[in-house]
Design a protein. Structure first.
Ligand SMILES: NC(=O)c1ccc[n+]([C@@H]2O[C@H](COP(=O)([O-])OP(=O)(O)OC[C@H]3O[C@@H](n4cnc5c(N)ncnc54)[C@H](OP(=O)(O)O)[C@@H]3O)[C@@H](O)[C@H]2O)c1
Length: 529
């Protein structure tokens, strides 16, 4: 796992292996907005091997030079390149860049691609002829491209994890969504695993690349004080929130097929749940970490028609405003049916039936067009016995709380009670208590923003570390949990409407109120930060 700390800070990350990165869907939204900025920053930090080569595959009319220019334009319009593009770094990224034009459904394209790879590799030693394929294309094309690559020998299969590490290696990065239900995910896995071995497959969930998510494991297992409390004995409940202010951003067609349960719960929220609740792995190896995550997902209580009604609240955003700007309802978005029943918000109560967590509710929520863009894990501890304090004080005493802020304003805050200063109420039951907090902030303590997820994930794929990628059984286990929920949403009535710019439908609050709890406020202001 490449040590992801802010650029220029102490820890040095490992340089990627010599390789040719074949970016399929080279001029799509993801490539422009996320992948080129990430590759560029790796070039800035000197983490691309001197033999790194980029091949773009697309159907738009370009040649090598105009493709390089298009990359430059993408970088110029990107927000996170850290300032004007450095020509030396740009040269490192685009040195010997090649463009392969064609339609991905056209078999002849793969012959051209193969020839291009051979010409690039003709000048490098055999064990440096490594190939990393990134499928930044609509999921409907994943299989077609995989068939094309393996049919022309562009992507040979390796048989063991060791072989997959040694050069020349071939690896495949596959974007989310991985399937749209358990059956299609299994079919995709089967098709992939007939052509590649598992160690060659890198299924992306960019949340796993976030430093703040990786830090959950470090926070839990590198500090002795938290693990002893990390269980049903001390924790009353856990909230996992992934809130977006954006709407479907022109991806109505895709979103009508997916909805929030497939788009966010099956991957990001299940990964956050597994990372937060898993047992300590034997080692920090990819296999050990992923074994524990799968074990945790297998302990998640499954949903049936009755428990779905009791534990799932769905919503769909209506008109409203975001940061003072009026926004349309989901049903009025392009490529969305006016009577769409697609949920853009979901809140879910989950139980993990194992020794550590029995009886502790996990509340998961995610939605679009909400009041704030925030991803956070809030751990609410059980109340301290109130016997020492008069009733008035007891009722206002807040339980201790740990907030792991994944984004923005990354950091960790511990909330606890303290004596409000004032000698007159010295050590006596009458002393006044006040909620205070201790805070770790990446910005303040590491002197900069955490490394963006795609940078870490691309580098890890180049060095052959799959710890931060989802394994086939993880993906399938997550679908096993989400499938009945998504099917119920598909078959159910139109979700409850909520105004854009709010915290979601009232039924989401009811889910916690029934258990005597309430959601941690979405907005920084409301959360007192
Ligand atoms: N965008 C994101 O922020 C984001 C985030 C997470 C995951 N993802 C995933 O990443 C993948 C790519 O998403 P995206 O948003 O980048 O999609 P996109 O903007 O549609 O990009 C896909 C690219 O593939 C090209 N393409 C499509 N069909 C082709 C064909 N038959 N032959 C040749 N080229 C073809 C498209 O060219 P045309 O323009 O000519 O169609 C387009 O440039 C998807 O699986 C998506 O779920 C995206």
């Amino acid at each position: 796992m490449s040590a992801p700390v802010a650029s220029g800070a102490v820890a040095r990350r490992e340089t990627g292996d010599d390789c040719t990165l074949v970016l399929v869907g080279a001029l799509g939204d993801l490539a422009r907005r996320k992948l080129y900025p990430a590759l560029y920053r790796l070039a800035v930090d000197g983490l691309l091997s001197p033999r790194f080569r980029l091949v773009g595959v697309e159907r738009l009319p370009h040649d090598d030079a105009s493709y390089a220019k298009a990359i430059g334009e993408a970088l110029a319009s990107a927000t996170d390149t850290g300032g004007p593009v450095d020509p030396a770094a740009f040269e490192r990224l685009t040195r010997g860049v090649r463009y392969v034009r064609g339609d991905l459904t056209d078999a002849s394209l793969y012959g051209t691609l193969c020839a291009t790879l051979e010409s690039i590799e003709s000048t490098v030693p055999t064990d440096s002829r490594n190939r990393l394929f990134y499928l930044a294309i609509p999921p409907s094309l994943f299989l077609r491209v995989v068939e094309g690559l393996s049919s022309c020998g562009a992507a040979p299969r390796t048989h063991t994890a060791e072989e997959a590490q040694q050069g020349p290696w071939t690896r495949l990065i596959i974007e989310k969504p991985f399937g749209r239900d358990l059956a299609s995910a299994r079919a995709l896995n089967t098709a992939l695993l007939t052509r590649f071995s598992e160690p060659q497959l890198y299924r992306i969930d960019h949340y796993l690349g976030k430093e703040t998510v990786q830090n959950i494991l470090a926070f839990r297992f590198a500090n002795a004080i938290f693990e002893p409390l990390w269980n049903r004995g001390s924790i009353a409940h856990i909230q996992i929130t992934v809130a977006e202010t954006v709407g479907v951003e022109g991806r109505g067609g895709y979103y009508e097929e997916a909805g929030v349960l497939r788009d966010m719960f099956q991957n990001h929220l299940m990964q956050l749940l597994a990372t937060t609740a898993m047992e300590p792995p034997g080692t920090m190896s990819a296999a050990a970490v992923r074994d524990e995550k799968v074990k945790l997902l297998r302990a998640v209580r499954h949903f049936d028609a009755v428990s779905i009604a009791e534990n799932l609240a769905l919503g769909q955003y209506g008109t409203g405003s975001i940061d003072g700007t009026p926004v349309p309802a989901y049903a009025a978005e392009p490529s969305v049916k006016p009577d769409s029943r697609t949920p853009t918000f979901a809140a879910l109560r989950v139980f993990v039936d194992n020794w550590r967590w029995e009886g502790v509710p996990f509340y998961l929520r995610s939605g679009k067009r909400l009041a704030d863009r925030v991803s956070e894990i809030v751990i609410r501890f059980r109340r301290a016995p109130g016997v020492l304090w008069p009733a008035a004080e007891r009722d206002t005493m807040r339980p201790n709380q740990l907030a792991l802020r994944i984004q923005p304003d990354e950091g960790i805050t511990l909330g606890f009670q303290a004596k409000r200063p004032g000698a007159e109420l010295a050590l006596s039951p009458e002393m006044e208590l006040a909620p205070v907090s201790m805070r770790f902030s990446y910005e303040r303590d590491f002197g900069g923003q955490p490394v963006p997820a795609y940078e870490t994930l691309l580098l890890d794929a180049m060095i052959g570390d799959a710890t931060l990628f989802a394994r086939s059984d993880e993906v399938e286990q997550a679908w096993t949990i989400v499938d009945p929920l998504a099917a119920a949403a598909d078959a159910g009535p139109r979700p409850e409407l909520y105004a854009a710019g709010t915290s979601g439908p009232p039924s989401a609050a009811d889910l916690l109120a029934r258990d005597g709890f309430a959601w941690h406020p979405l907005t920084l202001a409301a959360a007192g930060r």
